[in-house]
Design a binder for this molecule. Structure first.
Ligand SMILES: Cc1cc2nc3c(=O)[nH]c(=O)nc-3n(C[C@H](O)[C@H](O)[C@H](O)COP(=O)(O)OP(=O)(O)OC[C@H]3O[C@@H](n4cnc5c(N)ncnc54)[C@H](O)[C@@H]3O)c2cc1C
Length: 324
């Protein structure tokens, strides 16, 4: 049995889907207490909502210094949350955004880190993580040897968030002491990446993704039009992001984001193993490719063999008509 502290990511007072997934996983695997750590603006508002997914206690840091994300300050807060919680394991979202903080916190407390878990099991008081390797072709089982707590990063959409029926958790304000070193970096400005009003990929129910088959950056206009007609997020293959046709934060796959929407529509994407590793758990996969032999068809629920430039425009029109 292990008590688990979950580092909860939240947006304007609401925990993100990935954090609810991780809280659900912590509840299922640990057998002990599930605690949550929340930092930044509106952290206490978000803390009130983590009980619904099984956290019994939430540690909150919400003062002025917590507002802007900076590695040193967030590290100090995570270490303080760990000391206050006494948990033997920390679960966090395998997201580039918090990886720097987790790595520093782990070094500070002399613990080990396992990244990119897609499944968890308990062996005595050790959490064993299953993680995909070689683009998802094989899996490896890893655990932290020695130092405690054990830090484990969990991939988005590896678990389904399920409410526990729990009430509001006990909320404790963290006392985070920041030394001069922790205050060296200051966030002076924050520029939000433009999403064109579309949902974030890892939270979206529908994703329309485009690849090299679009031919050029302008091709993404069609992908965006279909996404907007469906209220979807836009994704891209690495070939498309590497070519500069679409921003890298939209890349799906082994070195991009893992997504698991209800509907994935891929146009002009061949379905290389590294791309499939990031989207193959999507509930329904629809693909458009002019090559009937493209590997993406092997995982598709519905496939259209043909030129995307002939297929997407009438599809967008038809979706538009049905929305009226
Ligand atoms: C270590 C490593 C990590 C990687 N990580 C990732 C990753 O995270 N994500 C990722 O996506 N890739 C990743 N890759 C790259 C991956 O191997 C592929 O090169 C990439 O996914 C190919 O992108 P694509 O399908 O858009 O392009 P291509 O493989 O070139 O496929 C383009 C497809 O479009 C079709 N097409 C062309 N014209 C049309 C048309 N008019 N209408 C319809 N179909 C058309 C073609 O038939 C073809 O199947 C990684 C590679 C490595 C080595």
């Amino acid at each position: 049995m292990v008590d688990i502290l979950v580092l909860v990511d939240h947006d304007g007072g609401t925990p993100k889907k990935i954090s609810n997934q991780i809280l659900t996983a912590a509840r299922a695997v640990g057998g002990g207490e599930v605690h949550a750590a929340l930092f930044g603006d509106k952290a206490s508002e978000a803390a009130g909502k983590v009980g619904a997914y099984g956290a019994t206690k939430a540690f909150v840091w919400e003062d002025e210094a917590a507002g802007a994300y900076a590695t040193e300050t967030q590290t100090a807060a995570l270490v303080a949350a760990l000391e206050a919680s006494g948990a033997q394991a920390v679960l966090y979202s395998s997201d580039p955004f918090v990886t720097d903080v987790v790595a520093r916190a782990a070094v500070r407390v002399g613990a080990g880190v396992v990244t990119d878990a897609v499944d968890l099991e308990l062996d005595g008081d050790t959490l064993v993580a299953t993680k995909p390797i070689f683009g998802g072709d094989m899996v490896s089982k890893c655990h932290v040897k020695g130092g405690r707590p054990q830090f484990i990063g969990v991939k988005a959409n590896a678990f389904t968030a399920e409410e526990s029926g729990g009430g509001a958790p006990e909320v404790a304000a963290l006392d985070v002491t920041l030394d001069e070193k922790a205050k060296r970096a200051k966030v002076t400005d924050v520029v939000e990446a433009s999403s064109g009003g579309r949902p974030e990929m890892t939270e979206a129910a529908i994703i329309v993704a485009g690849g090299r088959g679009l031919g050029d950056a302008e091709g993404f206009e069609l992908v965006e039009r279909l996404a907007d007609a469906l209220g979807a997020a836009v994704g891209a293959s690495r070939a498309a992001t590497d070519a500069g046709w679409y921003p890298h934060q939209h890349q799906i796959g082994q070195t991009g984001k893992t997504v698991s929407p209800q509907l994935y529509i891929g146009a002009g994407i061949s379905g290389a193993i590294q791309h499939r590793a990031g989207m193959q758990t999507s509930q329904t996969i629809v693909v458009i490719n002019k090559d009937a032999e493209a590997p993406i068809f092997s995982i598709a629920d519905f496939g259209v063999v043909g030129d995307l430039y002939k297929i997407l425009p009438p599809l967008i029109e038809e979706v538009g008509k049905r929305k009226l």
